[in-house]
Design a protein around this ligand. Structure first.
Ligand code: WT7
Length: 640
């Protein structure tokens, strides 16, 4: 891993110029906040992070208190709240029953076609319990894995919570993945049940999921039952031996169900994410530490007081959706809005219209969406005052200062601070962010959250000077951290703890400015961020190579004004094949088939040669530099 030193330095000065101005909260706004001093809380937590997290853990219900808050006995398999007993679903749901939260709206739902649904905490509780009993009747037991492949429906929340109540792990697979990708994830987790829906509506069209689930179940033999939510009343194939309608499964079930007593370190769920090889990593999170991190961050970063309407525009299929559509809002006892659809239908003011309709207080979205909305012009948000909005959030990729300023001015109307939150599937919760009381810089992610120690270092782990680029690392441990990679503890050790000695390796490049603000510069070059979605270059390459015409392939991310990055592939064809527009289309189709619509290929170039190391590894960094006309950097490993 070699730094593109020149490039980082150049970008650094550009960004620093853009950072001159501080955005400070007004006195009135500051007075309304629970936390008024960013540095003070960071300092306090920094003196004793264990104490800080212990206090955070006390906001949850524990069936049995822990014996030890933190243990590094089997490092890097760190443990939190050792000996404690709890259940993530109990904390997100059951504990609100019998309190005033019970009758509050937990979930608001709307889809692109304008259909709406609404559930109080009590109603969610009843729905979840029925499903618990239904899943038990299908043989789901503690320790099992259940795959979930669904659109952004209330039922995805019910399904996730039901698994947890039983003590089974859920494995949610984003609905933009293909049958093959779904099957790979099901097989890795050995899931025996798959919960899906007939389909949904996207961009005015019907998107079918059941046929994909059917195909996946043929490939993944572990699946014994498919539970199907009827969402769009589409005609689907139904195999009565294997398939069961969700509404049939739950209709006669009791609305009461016991909640499993789990150990704090028992796995709650696995979520697959892309890494540097073609095999996705099953990131494991647990019942105890995960909610501690999620609840503390959602409450502090968005200054929740308990009555908010919270809209996170991600999909539940990604960690952002797990932590900030479902678990975070429910742990905090507030109202979460789920929107299943695109942001620009029927018109590009759909989002702003929804913010007013639902009186959204916190809007948490991604730079790619902000940039897409920016392109439609200022008139669309101008029609809406959005007085309910208090705090804005951004996540998924670096937010460029122009998009930040537009978001601040046209959506937040200059009143709402923007919390740019850096974190990862592996970190479980937000890690580098400002708090609403902080002075902000357009485009900077802020500083480490209280209790988190982050730094920018060189490849030997030595801190670099401020303004200089390097590797973003986390120097301590935190409750919501990844526990292992499912079925692959060695890969966990190697990926996160052996790249740079003694610290957690994030895989991101960053620099710290003179005020201590972190500026995230993107990934080291094996992982792509397309519209905020994490996609592995190796996964895409293996998609190409699975086509009979392809001998070799190298894939890079090319900067894109809206999507952040788009994918360009360099392909060497096998002898006897000729590059043509038709073949390009076919190859793009092949990748769509192996990975899914989430992997959009912008461009395919047929080449005779790919830059490689002596050991035969494709040097994507060189491909990228050539493509962008940048300095190639250290090419000592290159075989010419
Ligand atoms: C990668 C993690 C958990 C958030 C959703 C994506 C990039 C995430 C930011 C940000 C700059 C960001 C990083 C990170 N990233 N948030 N605010 N600024 N970059 O989770 O799919 O696990 O991706 O997303 O590169 O490593 P993920």
């Amino acid at each position: 891993m070699i730094m593109k030193k020149k490039k980082i330095d150049r970008e650094t000065t550009d960004v620093l110029l853009a950072s001159e101005k501080f955005y400070r909260p007004s006195r009135k706004f500051l007075a309304s906040l629970q936390i008024k001093d960013y540095e003070k809380v960071r300092r306090q937590a920094g003196r004793d992070p264990i104490k800080f997290w212990t206090e955070a853990a006390r906001e949850l219900v524990w069936f049995k208190e822990w014996e030890k808050v933190f243990s590094a006995k089997s490092k890097p398999f760190y443990q939190w709240f050792v000996g404690g007993q709890c259940n993530l679903a109990y904390n997100a749901l059951d504990r609100h029953i019998g309190t005033p939260v019970e009758n509050k709206t937990a979930i608001l739902w709307e889809d692109e076609t304008g259909r709406t649904r609404k559930f109080t905490y009590r109603e969610v509780y009843q729905e979840v319990n029925k499903l618990v009993n239904g899943l038990k009747s299908l043989g789901v037991k503690r320790g099992d894995r259940v795959a979930i492949y669904m659109p952004n429906l209330p039922e995805i929340a019910f399904a996730m919570l039901a698994c947890l109540k039983i003590g089974a792990m859920h494995s949610v697979v984003y609905a933009g993945f293909s049958a093959q990708a779904l099957a790979d994830r099901i097989m890795d987790a050995k899931a025996k049940i798959l919960i899906t829906a007939d389909g949904s509506f996207r961009r005015g069209k019907e998107v079918m999921l059941k046929p994909v689930a059917d195909e996946a179940a043929v490939l993944a033999k572990t699946v014994k039952k498919i539970v199907v939510v009827k969402n769009n009343n589409a005609a689907v194939n139904f195999n009565p031996q294997r398939d069961v309608w969700y509404h049939d499964l739950t209709k006669d079930m009791s609305a009461e169900a016991k909640c499993a007593r789990m150990d704090a370190e028992d796995p709650a769920f696995v979520l697959y994410t892309s890494g540097t090889t073609s095999k996705p990593k099953g990131v494991v999170h647990v019942h105890g530490g995960y909610p501690v991190g999620v609840l503390r961050t959602i409450k502090w970063v968005f200054d929740l007081k308990g009555d908010e309407i919270f809209w996170c525009t991600a999909d539940p299929g990604w960690i952002t959706g797990h932590s900030y559509i479902i678990y975070g809002p429910l742990l905090a006892g507030i109202t979460t809005l789920q929107y299943e659809g695109v942001p620009d239908l029927p018109a590009p003011d759909r989002m702003w219209q929804m913010v007013e309709k639902y009186q959204v207080n916190v809007l948490y979205t991604a730079p790619t969406l902000i940039r897409a909305m920016m392109k439609y012009g200022n008139d669309w948000p101008k029609k809406y005052d959005m007085p309910s909005l208090r705090i804005l959030g951004s996540v998924g990729e670096p937010i460029n200062p122009e998009a930040w300023k537009w978001y601040h001015r046209h959506i937040g109307k200059g009143r709402c601070p923007i919390m740019d939150t850096w974190w990862q599937t592996e970190t479980g919760a937000q890690m580098i962010t400002a708090l609403p009381c902080a002075s902000l810089k357009a485009g900077a992610a802020g500083k480490p959250f209280p209790g988190i120690e982050a730094d920018v270092v060189d490849k030997n782990g030595r801190p670099v000077k401020s303004g200089q680029g390097g590797f973003l690392v986390i120097k301590n441990q935190w409750p919501s951290m990844i526990r292992t990679i499912f079925n692959n503890p060695e890969r966990y050790k190697k990926t996160y703890w052996q790249e740079i000695k003694g610290v957690y390796f994030t895989g991101d490049l960053a620099f710290k400015d003179k005020d201590g603000y972190f500026w995230i510069q993107g990934r080291t070059d094996d992982v792509l961020k397309v519209a905020g979605h994490r996609i592995g270059t190796a996964e895409v390459e293996s998609g190409f190579v699975s086509h009979p015409a392809v001998a070799e392939c190298g894939v890079i991310g090319v900067p894109d004004p809206v999507k952040g990055e788009v994918i360009k592939a360099f392909v060497i064809l096998k002898q006897g094949f000729l590059g043509s527009e038709e073949l390009k289309k076919e190859l793009v189709g092949q990748v769509r088939k192996t990975i899914g619509p989430v992997a959009v290929i912008k461009d395919v170039a047929f080449v005779d040669k790919l830059p490689k190391t002596r050991s035969g590894k494709i040097m994507r960094r060189v491909l990228k530099a050539q493509e962008l006309g940048l300095e190639v950097g250290d090419t000592s490993a290159l075989v010419s």
